[in-house]
Design a protein around this ligand. Structure first.
Ligand SMILES: *[C@@H]1O[C@H](CO)[C@@H](O)[C@H](O)[C@H]1NC(C)=O
Ligand SMILES: *[C@@H]1O[C@H](CO)[C@@H](O)[C@H](O)[C@H]1NC(C)=O
Ligand SMILES: *[C@@H]1O[C@H](CO)[C@@H](O)[C@H](O)[C@H]1NC(C)=O
Ligand SMILES: *[C@@H]1O[C@H](CO)[C@@H](O)[C@H](O)[C@H]1NC(C)=O
Length: 329
């Protein structure tokens, strides 16, 4: 499993590789609810406005004309649609068939003024194509086949490489083997992990949390300021082992913290299950459970900070796709 960097510069895509070691995952649904102590307004049915229930989608905050919107891209049974909302309640389909092939478990990011879609699974094949769009409607293929192997359940995160930003693709499942390239990468190869950029007080770093290597799940936390040299912050965070969770940087009024939500795993490794718990930490080491989230257990959902709130969208609950959107506060 590898960490690949690539830079987009002066109209040319330059792939630079070096590093190494990891992997990813994600998920979705519809109905705006209060997150904590909130009411589940209805569940998983296709009610009013939105997109069909799904998981393995991506979500991002990106401009819609002159204002920010919350965007939902692909997922489910290899959807190729793109949805947007400026209030999280009313959803508009930006396109029913984006230029990229329908897919789930791809990675997404906002980078270089565009929405990006990277790799994923189209129902038959793992992918390593790269697409971007400045309006969510018209998609341009940046690369038909990147140098990293075709994969899904990886992550894509914008983080500095030296003095400029780069898009970092970490881990994932490439179907052949888990290969941990040993060059300085500390953690075990994995997918279904999360990647986030977070400042624990000592400066921005790239953080990798949890995941799974197909024999067991993890609850370890790693960080790196350069993507090469990884430090294990804890090998046993307060939350149980899991993958397909989310990790999002959110400030609930106290300070920026990493928030871990849901996923699949739990304390009984022989009986893993879908999870509904919520945890936060300001240092990645000391985790506090935040109780009272009203939603049911889910994984492969998304969690995105938008309009001052933390938004959880969709997912899979072990039996069905979800079609809900929750927010906190
Ligand atoms: C929701 O249901 C309506 C009515 O059955 C249907 O027309 C629409 O396509 C559905 N929307 C989605 C996103 O599945
Ligand atoms: C998988 O990777 C391990 C470690 O690099 C290697 O020993 C093994 O032969 C590989 N298996 C396959 C099927 O490629
Ligand atoms: C890796 O990072 C750790 C923690 O910041 C530091 O102590 C160590 O010197 C670094 N190692 C290398 C090879 O840069
Ligand atoms: C962990 O964090 C909680 C909540 O911020 C705090 O009350 C507690 O003192 C911290 N524990 C340690 C060991 O730092």
């Amino acid at each position: 499993m590898c960490v690949h960097r690539f830079f987009y510069r002066e109209g040319r895509t330059v792939y630079l590789f070096r590093l190494y070691a990891l992997a990813v995952l994600s998920f979705f649904a519809l109905a705006c609810n209060e997150f904590f102590g909130g009411r589940d307004s209805g569940g998983n049915d296709n009610t009013s406005s939105g997109f069909s229930a799904r998981d393995g989608h991506t979500a991002a905050v990106f401009k819609d004309g002159t204002r920010d919107a919350l965007w939902v891209i692909g997922g489910g049974l290899e959807n190729g649609d793109v949805w947007k909302s400026t209030d999280g309640i009313t959803w508009t389909q930006a396109t029913s068939a984006a230029g990229f092939s329908g897919r789930a478990h791809h990675a997404g990011a906002v980078f270089d003024g565009a929405l990006w879609v990277i790799g994923g699974y189209d129902g038959y094949n793992r992918l390593n194509d790269v697409w971007k769009s400045t309006d969510g409607i018209t998609w341009t293929q940046v690369n038909a086949g990147s140098r990293f192997s075709a994969r899904y359940r990886h992550t894509a995160t914008v983080f500095k490489d030296g003095t400029r930003d780069a898009l970092w693709v970490i881990g994932g499942w490439d179907g052949s083997n888990w290969t941990e390239v040993t060059d300085n990468a500390g953690f075990a190869a994995r997918d279904g992990h999360t990647a986030a950029v977070f400042d624990d007080g000592s400066g921005n770093a790239l953080w990798v949390i949890g995941g799974d290597d197909f024999s067991s799940a993890f609850n370890d936390v790693w960080k790196s300021t350069d993507g090469k040299n990884w430090t294990e912050v804890t090998d046993n965070a307060g939350f149980s082992k899991r993958y397909a969770h989310t990790a999002t940087v959110f400030n609930d009024g106290t300070r920026d913290a990493l928030w871990v939500i849901g996923g699949y795993g739990g304390s009984d490794s022989l009986n893993p299950k879908s999870l509904s718990d919520v945890w936060k930490s300001a240092d990645g080491k000391n985790w506090t459970e935040v109780t009272g989230a009203g939603f049911t257990a889910r994984y492969y959902h998304t969690a995105t900070v938008f309009d001052g709130a933390l938004w959880v969208a969709g997912g899979w609950d072990s039996s069905k796709y979800l079609n809900e959107v929750w927010k906190y506060p």
